[in-house]
Ligand binder design. Structure first.
Ligand code: SAM
Ligand code: SF4
Length: 499
């Protein structure tokens, strides 16, 4: 058997030589510990621990600001890990940074304008030798136009090209411009060598990238490219690595996680369905909670509910965006399901042996949405009784088919509908949360609110629990405790730790 080596983020790199000369497998534990230090300090004052691993002065520094969804947050973790591996140190202010990066989101509003305004604000810093890079969806959407409108920018890089960052960094250090925009069909984006997770207990794993569904309003298929799934054995390998590092909660990520199609090949490797992958990740020793987001109603099968019912480590929470309660508007949005089909999926969850908390996304003011159709969305809220919603005003996006639709709704009317929607949902949440009074939940401890003298945690159903502890007890952040609910609010629960 050839010797196997471990690289410095504890990925098994097979027969390649480790870049940091940690050549023996039994050095793995030490490498893991070193890696854990790096993992834990990201987004905190980084200087002390990172410096121990980095060359002496002078050090290259970067500042990274992230906008948007969990996918972007996780992409930033990959970017940070890659920069650290290239000898950069993360700093918390633009003033301290040599390289200023924006990881952008273009899902709603005039995201591109906001980015250009921000870049214009920082133009004066160019005279101090600082460099600028635009990453993520606005980078992919606007491409090299960014260099025209903001000539002080040196790097434009879409999310599928982050593995090319080391070469791109060399280019910009040499004073050249670097672009990474051509790779929206690659599946190599899953295999990022360095990931600096910002939370040492709970971490993300991307299982599917891009989207082929082309909903009429949505920019994602244009910015993140074709849908491609990551092989289940690669997902499981990362889950095992995370468990070895002490993570107990994993969140599987994708624009539509349940559209997952395992590309694993070969006669010896059985392809896993999404539900099977969920169960396999949940069975990794050391993992206590598995979440997944986002699910698409069209691909939501009963097997997902059955997996939640039978695997206790799968969290009892499903985020299933509906967008609207009107079948006519669903059709105009090209969602390819009806209100009734959506409600059928809800009924599977409501009938489950465990109580599953259900959340959703809703868009109000899609072109042509009538008052009666908006009322159908309100009646859907009553029918489903969601545990939480994310409500958005429809926002026209470049390249999308909905741009051509007539009958735009004035912004003031969209704002009114959103306010009505949120007010209705608030009373539903008040009612739903009050049914938890007196119940005991297992809570993952997230931290302490010193001002209030309360600890903060999260239930398996993804509800925030603020709780008091008995005199002398000090819960461990990242640990799990039992909490009895003593008060309920629309957006959170409050309770006392049970010993
Ligand atoms: N793939 C998921 C699905 O289809 O259910 C949603 C992912 S999308 C990144 C997150 C949410 O942003 C969507 O569910 C939708 O509610 C919202 N969204 C997307 N495009 C939008 C637009 N043009 N205007 C307003 N909201 C939008
Ligand atoms: Fe956008 Fe629709 Fe794809 Fe979701 S399914 S990411 S809303 S195109």
């Amino acid at each position: 058997m050839p010797q196997r080596f471990l690289c410095d983020d504890y990925r098994d790199v097979g027969e390649q030589k480790c870049t940091r000369n940690h050549n023996l497998p039994d050095e793995g534990r030490a490498i893991k510990n070193e890696r854990r230090l790096i993992v834990q300090i990201v987004n905190l004052p980084l200087t002390r621990v990172i410096l121990a691993n980095m060359p002496a002065e002078p050090q290259k520094t970067f500042y990274l600001e992230t906008f948007g969804c969990q996918m972007n947050v996780h992409d930033s973790e990959k970017v940070i890990g890659t920069l650290i591996s290239q000898g950069y140190r993360q700093v918390s202010t633009v003033e301290d940074a040599g390289l200023i990066l924006y990881n952008t989101c273009s899902i709603r509003d005039k995201a591109e304008q906001k980015v250009f305004h921000r870049l214009a604000d920082y133009k004066k810093l160019q005279a101090q030798g600082k460099k600028f890079g635009v990453l993520g969806c606005v980078a992919q959407q606007e491409g090299e136009k960014i260099f025209e409108r903001a000539p002080h920018v040196s790097m434009v890089c879409g999310s599928a090209s982050y593995r090319n960052l080391p070469q791109m960094l060399i280019q910009i250090e040499e004073g050249k411009r670097a672009t990474g925009l051509d790779d929206r069909e690659t599946d190599e984006c899953f295999e990022t060598e360095f990931t600096s997770r910002s939370n040492p207990h709970r971490g993300y794993i991307t299982i599917i990238e891009g989207c082929d569904k082309f909903c009429a309003y949505c920019v994602v298929p244009f910015t993140r490219g074709k849908e491609r799934s990551r092989a289940s054995d690669s997902v499981l390998a990362e889950a095992h690595q995370m468990a070895d590092l002490g993570y107990t909660e994993i969140q599987l990520l994708g624009q539509n996680v349940n559209s997952y199609k395992d590309p694993a090949g070969g006669s010896s490797v059985k392809k896993k369905t999404f539900a099977e992958l969920l169960a396999a990740v949940a069975a990794v020793p050391g993992i206590k909670r598995v979440r997944f987001t986002t699910s698409h109603p069209r691909d939501f099968g009963r097997d997902i509910v059955q997996a939640i019912e039978s695997v206790p480590t799968l969290c009892d929470h499903v985020h299933l965006p509906v967008q609207t309660g009107s079948t006519r508007v669903l059709d105009a949005m090209q969602r390819l399901y009806t209100r009734e089909q959506y409600l059928e999926r809800i009924s599977w969850m409501k009938a489950a042996k465990r109580e599953i908390s259900i959340t959703t996304d809703i868009i109000v003011g899609f072109p042509g949405e009538t008052e009666a159709e908006f009322q159908e969305t309100l009646s859907l809220l009553d029918e489903v009784e969601y545990d939480g919603i994310f409500g958005f005003k429809y926002s026209p996006r470049p390249n999308t088919p909905a741009l051509k639709l007539e009958d735009p709704i004035p912004d003031a009317e969209k704002a009114r509908r959103l306010a009505v929607l949120q007010e209705k949902q608030r009373s539903i949440q008040m009612r739903r949360n009050s049914s938890n009074l007196g119940k005991v939940f297992e809570v993952m401890v997230e931290g302490k609110n010193e001002a209030r003298g309360q600890w903060i945690g999260r239930t398996s159903q993804n509800k925030v629990m603020n709780f008091k502890v008995p005199e002398g007890a000090i819960p461990t952040v990242g640990g799990y405790v039992s909490v009895v609910t003593t008060a309920t609010f629309p957006n959170s629960l409050a309770g006392e730790m049970v010993i």
